[in-house]
Structure formats: structure tokens, C-alpha cells
Design a protein around this ligand. Structure first.
Ligand code: PLP
Ligand code: COI
Length: 334
């Protein structure tokens, strides 16, 4: 039988979840077939960007059961995003219930274990209702859509080429640390230019000094130094990636290598041996070259995934798919 391949495109699944916030409280939420919504043309989510979202996945284990990876961390980050955008926080229990109901309702869409594809879960919240002034709405829609996906940046075995952009996705004291749509629309223009020049995506620098690597539009950045240390930027304006946090744990506790959250100066990359982008969608995508203006840094591992990145990748997806024992209460089996 021909093997099904999975990309990162929209597929309509059976049911999605919606819940409304009105008069100061959330309703119980329902599952529905319709993947369209009817909202006020004056919704704050449409005009003032009052919205936030999450990205997580459900994984098919070898025994056929389905599991989630660190869903409570997504729930907590969603609360941070809601609070920063003056939206009512979705309680952790409601978030988890919405996710599990939606995944269970679409369980046949979770790709088979051996495909290494997953069911992507997209929780979102938007300000709705008839509004005009710049103030928080009094009505919100919280929803969850799920769809089967493969890799985001292409095969993990092939390192990608990134270019540094001089545009910013976030401001120094802005909203870069939360998962709100404005950060993503701000990254589209520099991403377009990167792709036009033949790069897979662009790397953003810290918005204050433009001297240090920050992250990619849809993933965190990490590197492995020539002396074998896992390094990743420390900055108040990058999204706190659950994948990156997991990789730091794996590096420190399972691979017994040193981990440092530190500045990675863009003009001092000679000490790097491997680099990668990491995130729910990106998983781990090795980075082979980094270009800034006319200068191209070719990392020692630019043809294939480097050995440390490979170990990190094998352990991460091993845990996520249930082939390696859960080291830290990360897994919720449905
Ligand atoms: N950084 C940005 C800007 C992202 O959009 C994502 C994706 O969610 C990440 C980092 C990685 O975060 P996580 O590992 O929690 O998916
Ligand atoms: C994720 O990794 O879940 C993301 O949110 C990235 C997305 C912009 C594709």
C-alpha cells in the first residue's frame, strides 16, 4: 500500500471545539462540525489583534493509544498570553478538557505511529462582539481545531539555510514572550524576503541592540558549541518554547551535557559546531548556514544533522511517541 505523506497544510477534520465567554463567564463549550464562524465585523480580534493561540500535538504510540506532550505547559502559557492581552484566562482544567474532547472526537485522524506524523492541536482565543473603542472586549471565543501534520521545515535530516533579518518581530518590552498573532504577522514580511533570496526562513536579532540571536518566526534557536555545550538565547522578548525547555532537560539529565541560556552574538559564531530551530511544529530542524549581509557562516555540520542534535532529536521524539520512558511527567495518555 502506498505510504501517506503529511505536510503542514489545512485538512478539515470531523469536529472542532468552541466555547463563548459572555457576561463574565465561559459556557461549557461544544463540539461542532462547522469550521467557519460568524462574528461581529467590529470584533477586537479583527481590528486590534486581541487574540492568542497555542500549538501542541497528539502522538500515536506503538501500542495504538494516543498521547499528549506537556499539555499543562501549553495551558499555562495560554493564560499568560490571555492576561497580557487583557483577555479572560481560560482555566487550565477547561483548556485540558477542550483539548482532550477535540482529540478524542478526531482520534482516527491521529496518524499512525510509524509515519512519525502527528495530530496538530491549535487552541485559540479571539475578542468578539460589537466594539469600536480601543479597550478589551467583553465577549470572547475560545476554540480548538485539530489536523494531521508532518514536518514544518521539511525533513529533519537536511540542515536548512537561514538569513538574519534587520526587521524585528517583537519589541524589547512588548509581547514577544507570549503567543499572540501580532508577532507572527510582523514576521511575514521579513520571512517573505528571506524566501525570495532562497533561504528557508529568517533569524531575528534582539530588538534592542541587534547584536544577539533571538529566534525564528515560528521556533526557538539553539546551538551546540565545539566543546559540547547546549546553548540557547536568554531574552525577555522570545517565546518560552516548551520544546526548547524539554531539550534543555534532555541535554542536562539524559545526555549529561552542559546547558547554558546565554547571549549568542551574531558576529561570534565560530565556537558553534551544530545549530537548530526547535518548536512544536519545527520539532528539531538543523541549521546548516547562517547568512548576515554578505557573510555566510557555514557550520561544521551543514550537510547532515550533527551528532548531539541527533541524540536530542531521537530522545525528544522517542518520548513524544512513547518509545522512550517519560522522564518528567510530561505525557498524558488519552
Ligand atoms: N518561538 C515561536 C515564535 C513559536 O511560534 C514557537 C512555536 O510554538 C516556538 C518558539 C516553539 O515553542 P514550542 O516549543 O512551545 O512549540
Ligand atoms: C507551533 O510550533 O506550534 C507554532 O505555533 C508555529 C506555527 C506558527 C506554525
Amino acid at each position: 500500500m502506498e505510504k501517506k505523506t503529511y505536510g503542514f497544510d489545512y485538512t478539515k477534520t470531523e469536529l472542532n471545539y468552541v466555547s463563548y465567554y459572555r457576561d463574565g463567564s465561559w459556557d461549557d463549550g461544544v463540539l461542532e462540525e462547522d469550521d467557519m464562524i460568524r462574528i461581529s465585523k467590529m470584533s477586537t480580534g479583527l481590528h486590534y489583534g486581541q487574540q492568542a493561540f497555542e500549538g501542541m500535538k497528539a502522538y500515536r504510540r506503538a501500542d495504538g493509544r494516543v498521547q499528549l506532550f506537556r499539555p499543562y505547559d501549553n495551558a499555562r502559557r495560554f493564560i499568560m498570553s490571555c492576561e497580557r492581552s487583557m483577555m479572560p484566562a481560560v482555566p487550565v482544567e477547561k483548556f485540558i478538557e477542550a483539548i482532550t474532547r477535540t482529540v478524542r472526537a478526531n482520534i482516527d485522524f491521529v496518524p499512525p505511529h510509524e509515519s512519525k506524523a502527528t495530530l496538530y492541536i491549535r487552541p485559540y482565543i479571539i475578542g468578539i462582539g460589537h466594539n469600536i473603542g480601543l479597550k478589551p472586549s467583553s465577549e470572547y471565543l475560545f476554540g480548538v481545531v485539530v489536523l494531521p501534520v508532518g514536518t514544518y521545515f521539511g525533513p529533519a535530516s537536511k540542515p536548512v539555510d537561514f538569513i538574519v533579518t534587520e526587521y524585528d518581530r517583537a519589541a524589547p518590552n512588548g509581547v514577544g514572550h507570549v503567543k499572540v498573532g501580532g508577532n507572527y504577522s510582523a514576521s511575514l514580511y521579513p520571512q517573505y524576503h528571506a524566501k525570495q533570496k532562497g533561504y528557508k526562513d529568517c533569524i531575528f536579532l534582539d530588538p534592542k541592540t541587534h547584536t544577539k540571536i533571538e529566534e525564528v518566526g515560528a521556533a526557538n534557536f539553539f546551538a551546540v558549541t565545539k566543546d559540547g555545550t547546549y546553548i540557547t538565547p536568554k531574552s525577555p522578548s522570545i517565546l518560552k518554547s516548551i520544546t526548547n525547555d524539554s531539550l534543555m532537560y534532555i541535554a542536562r539529565n539524559m545526555l549529561k551535557i552542559k546547558v547554558e541560556q546565554t547571549d549568542i552574538h551574531i558576529d561570534q559564531l565560530d565556537h558553534l559546531s551544530e545549530a537548530g530551530a526547535c518548536g512544536t511544529a519545527a520539532i528539531i530542524t538543523p541549521v546548516g548556514t547562517i547568512t548576515r549581509n554578505e557573510e555566510r557562516i557555514v557550520l561544521p555540520y551543514h550537510d547532515t544533522m550533527g551528532p548531539v542534535t541527533q541524540k536530542l532529536y531521537d530522545n525528544l521524539i522517542g518520548i513524544q511517541f512513547g518509545d522512550i520512558e517519560d522522564p518528567n511527567d510530561w505525557i498524558v495518555i488519552l
